[in-house]
Design a binder for this molecule. Structure first.
Ligand code: MTE
Length: 298
């Protein structure tokens, strides 16, 4: 087991891992259905976690710090301004520039992807996302041969996210993937939930979803994509490298220094259940990591 550190993320998430009750956040109001959403064979047939839980029990540290699941649903709707929204594309690709959200979505057929969602803190949900394959957008950006990784930045507004200052993070929140992970068919840019527009607390208007990795890789409210030659360092990894590696693949055999990852609490369940390697998506993604030592490259 890796050595325990006393750094911020670990200490502040210890209590969360043991939480059994839902925080009383404010579930998002329902809106109109997104048009033309297609079902996907990549969806699980497990029962989705209810809308009210998915939209009131959230991690969005910019709004809440790390210890409060209910505050994102209370603060994000008023303080996250999603219109207009632009995503800057930069680095090793031919089509750099500023893409409006409308341009990102132009000509795309949205798909429903019902995925398991496993937080590093030890809770999980089943979420019916709506989105588009990240691979489709990457193809439009035309990465060059130098693009081996892709990094993402979240939107950050210090004045509208005052609680973020309680954390010693180097904002904005950032994350990264290897290009083959980013191009994998399971990896999506989500713009909706339950067939409706993505609520602010869930990372509106556009976020990443990588279902075989711990939830912190699924960065919210994306404003920048950078194609890189070298491996980027994400916010969690930068904050506490011994606990959070670059890959962050769900792995019940690799404990967090302060808690076991062998089991998880599905929100709504009383008993914990076993956690599966790659969050149960091993038949799709294990080959991406062939030859790697998953106990070291976590
Ligand atoms: N993205 C940003 N920008 N800020 C965050 O605090 N939290 C991460 C991830 N993406 C986070 C983020 C973590 S720890 C998890 S588990 C998921 O978002 C939570 O997504 P949800 O609130 O939609 O369930």
């Amino acid at each position: 087991m890796r050595a325990a550190t006393a750094s911020t993320v670990a200490v502040m998430t210890t209590g969360l891992a043991r939480r059994t009750v839902l925080a009383a956040g404010r579930p998002a109001p329902h809106g109109p259905k997104l048009p033309g959403v297609r079902k996907s064979p990549l969806s699980t047939d497990e029962t989705p976690t209810p809308w009210d839980d998915v939209t009131s029990y959230n991690n969005f540290y910019e709004f809440a710090g790390s210890d409060n699941k209910d505050l994102p649903s209370e603060l994000a709707p008023a303080n996250l301004v999603t219109k207009p929204w632009n995503v800057v594309v930069e680095g090793a690709c031919k089509r750099t520039g500023t893409y409006s959200l409308e341009r990102v979505l132009d000509g795309q057929t949205l798909e429903e992807r019902i995925y398991r969602h496993r937080c590093v803190e030890g809770w999980s949900m089943v979420i019916p996302w709506v989105g588009l394959p990240l691979a489709d957008f990457i193809a439009r950006c035309q990465p060059t041969a130098n693009a081996r990784y892709i990094a993402f930045d979240s939107h950050y507004d210090r004045t509208r996210m005052p609680r973020s200052r309680r954390l010693p993070f180097d904002w904005p929140y950032t994350e990264g993937l290897r290009m083959d992970e980013a191009m994998h068919p399971l990896t999506i840019l989500a713009v909706g939930l339950y067939g409706e527009t993505l609520p602010h607390q869930n990372g509106a208007p556009i976020r990443l979803v990588v279902p075989w990795k711990y939830g912190f890789k699924s960065i919210k409210s994306i404003v920048r994509l950078s194609f890189l030659e070298n491996q980027p360092v994400g916010t969690y990894q930068q904050q506490e490298p011994p606990s959070y590696g670059f890959y962050a693949n769900v792995n019940p055999a690799v404990d967090h220094p302060l808690w076991s990852q062998a089991t998880e609490r599905r929100i709504g369940d009383f008993f914990r259940r076993d956690t599966s390697l790659f969050n149960g998506y091993g038949n799709h993604v294990a080959s991406l990591y062939a030859g790697m030592d998953l106990m070291k490259d976590y």
